[in-house]
Write a protein that binds this ligand. Structure first.
Ligand code: GLU
Length: 464
């Protein structure tokens, strides 16, 4: 739940561009933030706890900057622990998403070698490790490669050199994307933050390193140590939300988008649902896997498939390894996820592949890792979901499951009717006097100490 945003270009307000990028990442949650901008060959570092607010700050002029919104895992929420972190020479600025699991064992030799640490974070270890590796040769990317290979855990990093000429990034499963546009390069941990980049987007795969320059990106497979053709999204990601109007909030906006989405799915997801129903019929076993709300959608799927005569399992991603036979040869794993980056779901997918199962993803982020590794993909088509609580992405999963259930009964049309009727029903709820009742009910619920939601059969999944 943290964010990286970097910019190299021709504008003299790189820091402001990065601040705007960080604001677009705010919806993911964070506790502190920072930006390092290259100004006159040195880093100008701004770091704060709390919200991204620059009203009392004069941002430096310069055409290269790197920023971060932090979700603290190692060390308190303090200015010193906020990213970016600099190396001892002040020549490198680093931002990091993830956890370096072996940080302590890496830190001690670095201290012994004379490095001075200014934070309690695991992240600062990385920048000193890169500085140390640089003693073996001047090339930044070779030093990043050598350092990154020593890290354990799921990590995404971006490093800006104080020349301001390039950003080197590397990932072991933590999302990173790059956009190039007319002599400007943007790097972000979430494509939805790349609002201003009207360009094709390069996705860094797990195990890749990138050298990002203003008009060029080179991508390396870190295991092989050789350059590879980058994975380019076929078209501009439409995962961009218009900014909120005063008084508006994401949850209400995204609930209001649901009727349109249901109608869209009734038309556009019908053929895919039919194909998935056929795959389910032919499978030796069917397992639905998800985490959090996606797990509840999986549970709904289990009831829905059962009512159409197909037995299946619903397993939370984190427990998949305990259920080793949940997907084997001839089996189908249906992996549900909004972001397509949920680690436990991806682990389940790798495991199921290893066991010989076919993986079908129901996923919203069609550029995501899950969408790339699955054998077949049904897109949720929900568009950006900025609200932290799942609204339309959950409904999209339920809607597609409804189509699959209808297809299993050889009556796809009835599923399409259900979706269109539900769209009209939700619309009337949202636009009629019911809206008032819902607001009353919501404030009543908010004032209760305990809430119990009851359901039976598939309603259990909704109640959960
Ligand atoms: N583990 C790092 C820290 O605690 C990065 C956390 C994050 O992903 O924001 O600073």
């Amino acid at each position: 739940m943290c964010g990286i945003y970097g910019y190299l270009g021709n504008r003299s307000n790189a820091a402001q561009t990065v601040i705007e990028g960080l604001r677009r990442l705010e919806y993911r949650g964070y506790d502190s933030w920072g930006v390092a901008a290259v100004a006159g060959g040195y880093f100008d570092l701004t770091r704060r706890t709390g919200p991204v607010d620059v009203t009392d700050i004069t941002l430096p002029k310069g055409s290269a900057a790197l920023g971060h919104t932090r979700w603290a895992t190692h060390g308190d929420i303090t200015v010193h622990n906020a990213h970016p972190h600099l190396d001892c020479s002040g020549g490198l600025a680093l931002v990091h998403n993830g956890i370096v699991e072996n940080a302590e064992s890496l830190r001690q030799p670095l201290i012994a070698a004379g490095h001075t640490f200014h934070s309690e974070t695991d992240s600062e270890v990385i920048v000193h490790l890169i500085e140390q590796e640089r003693h073996h040769g001047p090339s930044l990317h070779h030093a990043v490669l050598a350092a990154f290979r020593q890290l354990q855990g799921i990590n995404g990093i971006a490093i800006l050199d104080r020349t301001g000429d390039c950003i080197v990034a590397a990932t072991s499963g933590s999302p990173l994307v790059v956009a190039l546009n007319n002599g400007e390069a943007h790097i972000a941990s979430d494509p939805s933050a790349l609002q201003s980049a009207n360009s094709s987007i390069i996705v860094l795969e797990d195990g890749q390193l990138a050298i990002v320059e203003r008009s060029n990106v080179r991508v390396m497979d870190m295991q092989l140590g050789s350059w590879v053709t980058p994975h380019i999204l076929p078209s501009q990601v439409s995962n961009v939300s218009k900014p909120l109007k005063p008084g508006e909030h994401w949850m209400w906006r995204e609930i209001c988008e649901q009727p349109r989405l249901l109608r869209l799915l009734a038309d556009d997801a019908a053929a895919e649902s039919l194909a998935l129903a056929q795959a389910i019929r032919n499978a030796t076993s069917v397992t639905c896997v998800g985490c959090g709300t996606a797990y509840h959608a999986s549970l709904y799927g289990r009831y829905a498939l059962a009512s159409a005569g197909e037995r299946s399992h619903a397993v939370p991603g984190s427990e998949f390894a305990f259920l080793a036979d949940a997907a084997g040869p001839g089996g189908v794993l249906i992996a549900l996820s909004q972001s397509g980056e949920t680690i436990d779901v991806l682990d389940a997918v790798h495991y199921a592949h290893h066991q010989g199962a076919t993986v079908i993803a129901l996923v919203n982020a069609h550029w995501s890792t899950l969408a790339r590794v699955a054998d077949k993909v049904i897109r949720l088509r929900a568009g950006p979901e900025q609200c932290v609580l799942a609204t339309k992405s959950f409904l999209a999963k339920i809607a597609i499951i409804t189509l699959i259930e209808a297809a299993l009964r050889n009556d796809l049309t009835s599923g399409q009717h259900i979706l269109r009727d539900a769209a009209s029903h939700i619309e009337s709820i949202l636009t009629s006097v019911f809206q008032e009742h819902i607001t009353d009910l919501a404030s009543h619920m908010a004032s209760q100490e305990h809430l119990y939601c009851l359901g039976r059969g598939r309603s259990t999944a909704i109640a959960l």
